[in-house]
Design a protein around this ligand. Structure first.
Ligand SMILES: Cc1ncc(COP(=O)(O)O)c(C=O)c1O
Length: 359
């Protein structure tokens, strides 16, 4: 069975499984804001105010957005680089570290590995076991001799947030072993705690923070992400980035989205409450749900060897969930499901109940 490497684009998963694509699908495999983009984006698109952004060359330095973001972190613009989604920035980091030794705390977003392999890095996996608690002791033995460490918190695909003290210990030790630490905070916006490591950026020259705007603002098609880190790394990444990589529409929209603090707050409250409800109800049906703090979670059924049967059952009903075969440490034993709207989550729960009735 050769399944797609990413969520979203559900036609690829039905095709791979040889299942007739259902007429109506709900895509639980995509982990962007279930309520869509803020209304300011829809109004701007409707008014045609952004048309000029499509016809002119964008600012190759992304000056305005960069400066707004740098101000919001209280850092100099030289410590920030904007990308065509965080994915582009992951590839630029891997490019700078080409042929070096990289460690990845897994299960994690598969693009860290893919990018590092593409640039000839030697990749070591540090695989955490469920319930995916990160400790300094587990990581410390790998730091000596490692040039770059990737970790993601809150983590994709588990949704688990790692302990702050353990991460700080890792950063400190990594500073002494010459290891750069990339902390991917792509899903930070969805957390209630709003815990970030960006406040340590000026203290540790080995620290790099990655963020995505595509998740919270549901602009996966437009694409926007940024990275903060030491100016020398930002400079090297910029030299490797194609010119006009961040399109004009994304630059303009990004500025508007940064104002949408109330929308973020409202989304976090709604997503958290739905996530906890779905967890409760799925657990009542005998499923296990990971201890997620964001807009997706891992679902499993303790008595099953893998989740293939549940996955196919749901997909045939148009409920597209994300397989976990390409996540080291998960190997298909879980399904990743997004937290969607109440009505959509109810449909997932009803289908899980129906599956339970069939076995
Ligand atoms: C953990 C993580 N980091 C980065 C990305 C890439 O985000 P973007 O859509 O901004 O390229 C993703 C996308 O799924 C992700 O899950």
């Amino acid at each position: 069975m050769s399944l797609p490497n990413h969520g979203a684009n559900p036609m690829y998963v039905t095709q791979a499984l040889g299942i007739q694509h259902p007429d109506n699908v709900i895509d639980f495999s995509v982990n962007t804001n279930p309520y869509g983009p803020p209304s300011c984006l829809k109004s701007a698109l409707k008014s045609g105010a952004l048309i000029e952004m499509l016809t002119s060359y964008p600012d190759p330095e992304v000056t305005q957005l960069k400066s707004e973001l740098a101000d919001s972190f209280g850092i100099n613009s030289s410590m920030l680089l904007i990308g065509n989604g965080a994915a582009e920035l992951i590839f630029l980091i891997a490019n700078v570290f080409q042929n070096k030794r990289v460690a990845i705390i897994e299960p994690a977003f598969s693009e860290y590995r893919d990018a590092c392999i593409a640039y000839g890095c030697e990749v070591t996996s540090i695989i955490l076991s469920p319930p995916w608690i990160l400790t300094y002791e587990e990581v410390e033995p790998y730091l000596q001799g490692t040039d770059l460490l990737f970790l993601c918190t809150p983590n994709n695909p588990t949704g688990v947030t790692y302990d702050e003290k353990e991460i700080v210990k890792i950063i400190k030790k990594a500073d002494t072993t010459g290891t750069s630490v990339v902390i991917d905070e792509a899903f930070f916006d969805f957390t209630m705690s709003q815990k970030t490591f960006s406040n340590l950026i000026s203290e540790y020259s080995n620290l790099v923070i990655l963020r995505s705007l595509t998740k919270m603002y549901a602009i996966a098609g437009l694409r926007l992400g940024y990275v903060i880190g030491p100016p020398i790394l930002m400079k090297k990444m910029k030299e490797r980035q194609p010119p006009w990589s961040v399109n004009g529409l994304a630059q303009q929209v990004g500025l508007q989205l940064l104002q949408e603090k109330a929308y973020v707050k409202e989304t976090v409250a709604k997503v958290s409450s739905e996530r906890e409800r779905v967890k409760r109800e799925a657990e009542q049906l005998g499923f296990s749900v990971s201890d997620s703090s964001v807009n997706f979670y891992l679902l499993s059924e303790p008595s099953l060897q893998n989740m293939d049967h549940v996955m196919k059952f749901l997909i045939k009903k148009g409920i597209i969930v994300r397989h976990t075969y390409n996540f080291n440490g998960l190997e298909g034993n879980y399904l990743r499901c997004a937290v969607k709207t109440k009505e959509e989550n109810d449909l997932l729960l009803a289908s899980l109940k129906e599956w339970r009735g069939t076995c």
